[in-house]
Design a protein around this ligand. Structure first.
Ligand code: GLY
Length: 373
């Protein structure tokens, strides 16, 4: 039996992810319109043929803060490095950057001034994954997540256990709170109430602190890569929502929400308001929508519409639209890619044979007034 036949037997799909038998019925219940189309079709699942082995268009895509991450990931992909190792090497640079206040070292802290990080990785060729959540004092959670995937039978380690696991594996324990992040956190504390004992607007005169403070920032980096064999992997890493309640975990380390990858179909990952994504499991849904024939852009906009439909009134603007930001970055096996955003204009980073650049994300809504977060 060939590898392809073994895979089909195991997963109930053919090589292109075309659902067969009971698997098709089960998915049909979830995604009926597109799946009905696919069931009666002899076309590849995505409606477009995939390239021949060795001819897939090599590329790395990322959230807008990951230009350098995609450049590094692409370089490694073209040198034959494993797709996940390439993506992790890319995001490590951003985790180490004290000027990115949304990720790793320099990330904005929780409401007690402690930096807590979330990350997950997914390796397409082996369909394996790992994550860490609410980990403290470890600079590179994406590398720890990869180690959870590679060296344990678990998928997700959290808090103190995740930190001990990292230290046991040689990671250095260090303070991740930079002076800039500490001052932004103090500025936030001062801004909360006129009836507490924090007097004045500390740091208001400092434009750098004001830029870092900027309401309740949430940022993250997602990076995905495809090599010439068509193997796909991705990872997401973040310091999460600024000033969060200690222990709050967002979408980033949750497989199916912050990221998902199916080596036969494509990948999706997110940045933005994690709670909205968690309630809709958007990355998994987007990959399933691509399996059933949607392009990356169509799939990304469809999951954003679901989020908008399911948004509670307290999080809608005066026109009934979500008042928060949420973004997805999608790769498909046939070589297409897209970024989508709840509120445009938005952009994402990409490196491919044409170089490193930002491209525009497709927007569900165009911004007139800035969303709250
Ligand atoms: N998307 C990052 C977070 O909500 O934590």
């Amino acid at each position: 039996m060939s590898n392809e036949q073994q895979h089909s037997k195991r997963t109930g799909t053919d090589r292109r992810g075309f659902l067969t038998g009971g698997a098709a019925l089960a998915a049909g219940a979830l995604f009926s319109p597109a799946n009905n189309q696919a069931q009666g079709s002899t076309q590849p699942a995505q409606g477009r043929p995939v390239p021949n082995q060795g001819e897939f268009p090599v590329k790395a895509i990322s959230s807008a803060n990951g230009r350098e991450a995609t450049r590094i990931a692409y370089e490694l992909l073209t040198k034959g490095k494993d797709t996940l190792d390439a993506c992790v090497a890319g995001v490590t640079v951003v985790e180490n950057d004290p000027n990115d206040t949304s990720v790793g070292y320099g990330g904005l802290p929780n409401e007690e001034g402690v930096v807590e990080l979330d990350s997950a990785v997914m390796h397409g060729p082996s369909h394996s994954c790992g994550g860490v959540a609410s980990i403290r004092n470890i600079k590179n959670p994406a590398q720890v997540a990869r180690l959870v995937m590679k060296t344990t039978d678990h998928v997700l380690l959290v808090g103190e256990g995740a930190k001990r696991f990292a230290i046991a594996n040689g990671f250095k324990e260090e303070n991740l709170l930079t002076e800039r992040a500490r001052k932004a956190w103090l500025r936030w504390k001062h801004s909360l109430s006129r009836s507490d004992d924090w007097v004045g607007e500390m740091g208001a005169e400092d434009p750098d602190i004001t830029a870092a403070f900027n309401g309740r920032p949430t940022g993250t980096i997602h990076c995905a890569g495809i090599n010439s064999s068509g193997d796909i992997s991705c990872c997401t890493t973040t310091s999460g929502l600024a000033w969060k309640i200690p222990g709050r975990v967002g979408d980033s380390p949750i497989i199916g929400a912050g990221l998902f990858c199916d080596n036969d179909i494509g990948s999706c990952g997110s940045t933005g308001r994690g709670e909205a994504n968690l309630k809709n499991l958007c990355s998994f849904a987007a990959v399933e929508l691509m399996r059933n024939g949607m392009s990356p852009e169509e799939a990304g906009l469809e999951v954003l519409k679901r989020v908008a439909d399911n948004t509670p009134d307290r999080l809608r603007d005066s026109n009934g639209r979500p008042n928060f930001g949420l973004n997805f970055y999608l790769l498909s096996k046939d070589g297409r890619h897209a970024g989508v955003t709840m509120w445009g204009p938005g952009r994402f980073a990409i490196t491919d044979k044409d170089g490193t650049r930002h491209e525009r994300s497709a927007a569900l809504y165009e911004r007139r007034a800035a969303p709250r977060r």
